[in-house]
Design a protein around this ligand. Structure first.
Ligand SMILES: Cc1cc2nc3c(=O)[nH]c(=O)nc-3n(C[C@H](O)[C@H](O)[C@H](O)COP(=O)(O)O)c2cc1C
Length: 420
């Protein structure tokens, strides 16, 4: 059984989960607003960046950055909007201009496919940001994506940080007070986790899956993305076999594994201090000190280099495959194009964020299995085996979790922005 849903357009926004966990527990979450939407843009933006900083990112590296453009910079940005039907002037007309960037001091890049993951992660942040602003009454009037990364300096001159690549610009306008959805959005964003534990074997209803892939708003509207759910017994078994066969690739790729291991923090306080990466407990759930020590030693690149010859990556892949086979559904997201543009990638990340929040709202969890999309030959084999058209960029287990996982940290700048 395979369902594929292509890029959709529409008006429904990012969902939020009522009654989700206390947002003040979440990294990056800040004090609740007295009355979201009632203050000015500065207050609304502070609330929105706190929500957006909870976005998922590969290795929890949080590669995004944000600038609020004012004065001449906003006027320069307005020229990007010429011809889009949004011809009103930038200054004093009630609009605000935001620029999304990728901060190259925070990106990972051992594999070529990581560039896609970085843009997708930034897109997830972008969607949460714009949804949180819209929920407070600041709606996007236009969103533009530059053709190349190098346009930040053209837009903002020397004050544009050298390590930033401009990914997108949005103009937002206050169209009224919030619609009351902000609190729910913030709670859902705080409740969302990558959950790598076992999921209940029971299937997921087609109505629920349809809800996950329904029309999106904000940066995710009309995203050039299709979503396929693998949920038949045969397909899931076949996907498990695929993971068993190829899932060891990460562990056997020296540079990729060294980079991953560099994000593994020794304990929760080290992770909190750094504000990025994850601990073994965040990856595998609670464990004894002895198991922690053993696992950390076994996963260290130096050990991996030795154990590689004893078939260790294959063993880890078969463990991942076993958990994959017991999962009721596998979510596959693919671009409509074989060679997506940078803008497609950001918009795809926005769609992913929308999907993940809806899943959280429905009580479902996701566990990405990116190893099957990170190597060209493996990705091509995946597409052929499961009849997927367009470049696959995200594959994850989907199901009802049976255990809770601790939140990963966020670095302080994750919720910050630069005023230019
Ligand atoms: C594009 C993308 C790819 C990811 N790939 C993997 C993966 O292959 N394996 C995994 O365990 N987690 C993966 N993750 C999850 C991140 O590690 C996770 O989002 C990050 O550690 C923050 O934790 P959180 O999602 O619980 O907030 C991926 C996330 C994104 C956005």
């Amino acid at each position: 059984m395979t369902d594929t849903v292509s890029g959709t357009s529409g008006t429904s926004g990012t969902s939020g989960a009522p009654g989700a966990s206390d947002p003040s527990d979440a990294p990056g979450a800040v004090r609740p607003p007295a009355d979201p939407g009632a203050g000015g843009f500065t207050e609304a933006l502070a609330e929105a960046t706190a929500v957006a900083s909870l976005a998922p990112s590969s290795h929890n590296c949080q590669p995004w950055a944000l600038a609020r453009l004012t004065g001449e910079r906003a006027r320069a940005a307005a020229r990007l909007f010429a011809g889009t039907g949004n011809r009103t002037g930038p200054a004093g007309d009630g609009t605000e201009t935001l620029a999304l960037a990728m901060d190259r001091t925070r990106t990972i890049g051992a594999l070529a496919a990581h560039d896609v993951e970085m843009r997708v992660s930034c897109g997830a942040y972008w969607q949460l940001l714009l949804s949180a602003l819209a929920a407070q009454g600041w709606h996007p009037e236009g969103i533009e994506y530059p053709a190349t990364d190098g346009e930040g300096r053209r837009l903002a001159g020397d004050r544009w940080p050298k390590s930033w690549s401009l990914l997108g610009v949005a103009r937002v306008r206050r169209t009224g007070d919030g619609d009351g959805s902000f609190r729910r959005l913030r709670e859902t964003a705080a409740a969302r986790r990558t959950n790598r534990g076992p999921y209940r074997a029971s299937g997921i209803g087609t109505d629920v899956l349809a809800e996950l892939t329904g029309p999106s708003a904000g940066a995710a509207a009309d995203a050039p993305v299709a979503v396929t759910h693998l949920r038949g017994e045969t397909e899931r078994r076949a996907f498990g076999d695929f993971v068993a066969r190829h899932g060891g690739r990460d562990f056997s790729h020296d540079a990729a594994w060294r980079e991953t291991f560099a994000y593994l923090r020794p304990n929760a306080s080290a992770a909190a201090l750094r504000g990025d990466g994850f601990t073994l407990e965040q990856l595998f759930g609670p464990m004894s000190a002895a198991r922690h020590h053993l696992l950390r030693t076994a996963l260290a690149p130096r050990t991996m280099r030795v154990l590689r010859f004893a078939g260790y990556p294959g063993l880890l892949a078969s463990q991942l495959a076993a958990i994959v086979r017991r999962t009721p559904a596998v979510t596959v997201m693919h671009f409509l194009a074989d060679e997506p543009s940078g803008a497609d990638m950001v918009r795809a990340g926005a769609r992913l964020a929308d999907y993940w929040l809806r899943a959280t709202h429905a009580g479902l969890a996701l566990h990405p299995v990116s190893v099957v999309v990170q190597h060209d030959d493996v990705r091509a084999a995946l597409a052929e085996r499961f009849g997927l058209r367009g470049r696959v960029f995200f594959v994850a287990r989907l199901g009802h979790p049976t255990a809770q996982f601790p939140a990963t940290p966020r670095h302080r700048e994750a919720a910050a922005h630069l005023r230019l």
